[in-house]
Design a protein around this ligand. Structure first.
Ligand SMILES: [Zn+2]
Length: 180
């Protein structure tokens, strides 16, 4: 529901923005409204609903999905594999996990770990291992695993070295120098 109404509003705002530059209007007004639209719909939605959901409260499920998406994308960026088609793998997983949590609401805390594993599996089929272990300097390159596989507060771990490398979403800090 929320998604649909946001899309409708966005479409309306886009329509209004397109209609604004009437012959007599100075161009800066349409620019301003475009910036407002960008802030509100692209950046503002998540922040607004997190801090005060008075108008259009976002469910814990949507918050969890939003967070999971952001965390896994952050790790993909850290590994420099956040290409458009990879991002679509994240979207696919989030869509499937929305259905999954709707069937089992108690699993809402597990979504970030599950999305990370879904994306890892999908990448393995198409591209290869991800994320590669940044801890073990020598030997065969190997991927990190998510632990717990089904639980809250998921981390990337290296089973070879037996260490927790980073929380899901914080791989950039563990990888170091790789991201700019
Ligand atoms: Zn390792």
């Amino acid at each position: 529901m929320e998604g649909a109404s946001v899309r409708t509003l966005a479409a309306r705002a886009a329509g209004a923005g397109g209609a604004l530059p009437a012959p007599a209007e100075p161009p800066k007004i349409s620019f301003t409204s475009w910036v407002t639209y960008e802030r509100y719909f692209r950046l503002g939605v998540g922040v607004k609903t997190t801090h005060n959901g008075a108008m259009d409260p976002i469910t814990p499920l949507e918050q969890a999905l939003h967070a999971a998406r952001a965390l896994v994308l952050a790790d993909l960026v850290a590994g420099e594999v956040a290409e458009a088609d990879v991002v679509s793998l994240v979207e696919d997983s989030v869509a499937q996990r929305r259905w999954w949590v709707e069937q089992w609401p108690d699993g809402v805390e597990f979504v970030a770990g599950l999305v990370a594993q879904d994306v890892q599996d999908a990448l393995l089929e198409r591209y290869g291992r991800w994320p590669l272990c940044p801890v073990c300097g020598s030997g065969d390159p190997h991927a990190l695993d998510v632990e717990p596989e089904l639980g809250p507060d998921p981390h990337w771990v290296c089973h070879k070295a037996g260490v927790k490398v980073a929380a899901v979403g914080a791989l950039g800090r563990a990888v170091g120098g790789v991201s700019s």
